[in-house]
Design a protein around this ligand. Sequence first.
Ligand code: SF4
Length: 211
Amino acid sequence: MATEDDYTAQPFVPDHGGLAALREAAAGCRGCPLHRNATQTVFGAGKATARVMLVGEQPGDQEDRQGRPFVGPAGKLLDRALAEAGMDPADTYVTNAVKHFKFTQAEPRKRRIHKAPTLREMTACGPWLAAELALVEPELIVVLGATAGKALLGSSFRVTEVRGTVLEREIHGRPERLVPTVHPSAVLRAEDREGAYRGLVSDLKTAAQAL
Ligand code: SF4
C-alpha cells in the first residue's frame, strides 16, 4: 500500500516537449492525494523566455475553478504591485510550489477554506517546479511567502529574516538568484493592509533592480 513517503510527481513528468508538454502531463498528475478533491491542476503560466519566475504557495479557490495561477484577489493585488515596482508582466512566469488546491469544507456547497500543504505534499509536487525552472531558466526567482520559500530553500526558511534581499543558492543543481517576499494573500489579510502592500512593492522593486 502506498504511504506518504511514496508521494511524488516524478513518474508523471515528461523528459522532453517543453512547457506545453509539461502542462498537459501535469493535468493528469496523481503524485499525491491533492488531485482528488481539487477541480483541476493549476500549472504555471507565462513564456519560457520570461526573465523572472514568481513562485507562490498553491492555487486558491478562483485559480482552482479557472485553471490559471494568480487570477483571484491575491493575483490582482500582485499584478498591481508588480506594475508599481516597474516589472513587466510579459517578463514573468507565475507558478506555485503545489499545483492542486488544498482546502477544507464544512459541508458540500459551503465555502472552501484554504489549507496549507504539508511538507510531504510540497516535496511530492517539487518535480514540476524543478522542471519549470529547468525550462524557463529565469534570471531571478521571486519567492512569494513561506511555503514557496520552504519548497525552494528548505524547511528552515523564514520569510521575515530574508525578505527584500537577493539570495544566491543552488537549487535543483542550478545556481539561482532569489528575492523572497510575502505572499500577496498575506497582504490582503494584514491589519495594516497599506503598510503590508508597501512592503511587498518595496521587495519587488529590489527584485526589479536585481535584473
Ligand atoms: S499537488 Fe502536485 S504532486 Fe500532488 S497530484 Fe497535484 S500536481 Fe501531482
